[in-house]
Design a protein around this ligand. Structure first.
Ligand SMILES: [Zn+2]
Length: 373
């Protein structure tokens, strides 16, 4: 979904990123504050003042969005989940949690943390307003806007459509009641799609009533939420499917072994070009040394292939994440995504049984899907 984001901070091991698309929304929010909102609310202010307070308010608004995501993330970490990053992008903020919560209780707490965080920020700015509203108008103006916008943020996120926070809360409640994650996700994401349609329709209505930018924005957000609801539902279905599969069903047992002391050139000529697959186990005397895959091979420039040994480009055994043949597909996938690797070896009692690539998983899921299993 996101392109290359800029890292601006690291909080408790979580990378805080800004996606380039965020600049668009930052500019829009700053513009609407500096050009419309503040001049209308405080006509006595100078243009410079409107823009200065506009920029500060806009920055603090996005800090609020970050704090909302941070609240989700810190609760997730407390629940034993791993959070990779928080990214600000055109539609707000997103926390990348490496896997979905495995119990309704966890999901409930993680989801409700964000809106509670936003309400806490609203309270904070309300207190600032109480302190300054008679003495410092600009500070009071910033505080007014931020307490209101954070309340709106909390309410909007509590709308009961998956994958918004409210939809997650709803899902956790249905999940708890029915013990059926699939059904709970179906209900919550269907509501999510309805909400998304409602946003799109109200956006179109606004466009025809003259509010072009605001209406267009509703349409975009509705479209984004609709996609997110669909994707999230499919992810759950996939995960359920992966739960029933074992590593031994996913692995290709006919992996090719290569020695660590052959050159990359030989690997290409003798193995890669002869249809022996794209991934190779590097083994010396039946002892696993590492894995080498097409991605590693591509990185070696043409001139260097002759002199570079496989041992120099492979992912060494120590860095490999292995699974055992009885592990579920879900475990396999989490191993693959946790370290962003393309394959894992399947090892039982120190013996390599097979190798699983991302593409194997996709192929088997597709097969199950096509056969209607
Ligand atoms: Zn949230």
């Amino acid at each position: 979904m996101l392109g290359k984001a800029w890292r601006i901070a690291k909080i408790k091991g979580i990378n805080v990123n800004i996606d380039p698309s965020w600049l668009i929304i930052f500019t829009l929010v700053t513009f609407s504050l500096g050009n419309f909102y503040f001049p209308k609310m405080y006509p006595q202010w100078t243009t410079f003042m409107n823009w200065l307070i506009g920029v500060i308010t806009s920055i603090l608004f996005f800090v609020s969005v970050l704090l909302h995501e941070l609240a989700h993330s810190l609760v997730a970490i407390r629940q034993g989940e791993k959070v990779r990053s928080i990214t600000l992008f055109i539609f707000g903020g997103v926390a990348q949690i490496t896997k979905e919560p495995d119990s309704p209780g966890k999901e409930f707490l993680m989801a409700i943390a964000g809106p509670i965080g936003s309400l806490a920020i609203a309270c904070f700015f309300f207190i600032i307003w109480i302190i300054f509203h008679t003495t410092n108008q600009p500070v009071a103006a910033i505080a007014t806007y931020l307490s209101l916008i954070n309340i709106i943020l909390a309410i909007f996120n509590l709308l009961p459509g998956f994958p918004m926070d409210g939809g997650r809360i709803l899902r956790s409640i249905i999940w708890k009641a029915t013990h059926n994650l699939k059904r709970a996700t179906f209900v919550a994401s269907t509501l999510g799609r309805f909400l998304a349609f409602a946003l799109i329709i109200s956006g179109i209505w606004q466009i025809f009533s003259g509010n072009f930018i605001g209406g267009l924005w509703f349409v975009f957000i509705g479209w984004f939420l609709h996609n997110a609801a669909m994707v999230s539902y499919h992810q759950v279905i996939t995960r359920e499917m992966l739960r029933t599969l074992r590593a031994e069903d996913l692995m290709s047992p006919n992996f090719k072994k290569v020695a660590s002391d052959i050159t990359v050139e030989l690997l290409i000529d003798e193995y890669l070009f002869h249809g022996h697959g794209r991934n190779f186990l590097v083994m010396d005397n039946n002892e696993l040394k590492g894995i080498v895959c097409l991605e590693d091979i591509i990185k070696v420039s043409r001139e260097k292939r002759r002199k570079t040994l496989v041992s120099c480009i492979m992912t060494p055994k120590e860095e490999l994440h292995s699974v055992s043949s009885g592990d579920t597909g879900e475990v396999v996938l989490s191993q693959l995504s946790a370290k962003d690797v393309h394959q894992v070896p399947v090892i039982d009692n120190n013996i390599v049984k097979g190798i699983i690539c991302r593409t194997d998983i996709i192929r088997i899921l597709q097969l199950h899907h096509d056969l209607g299993i």
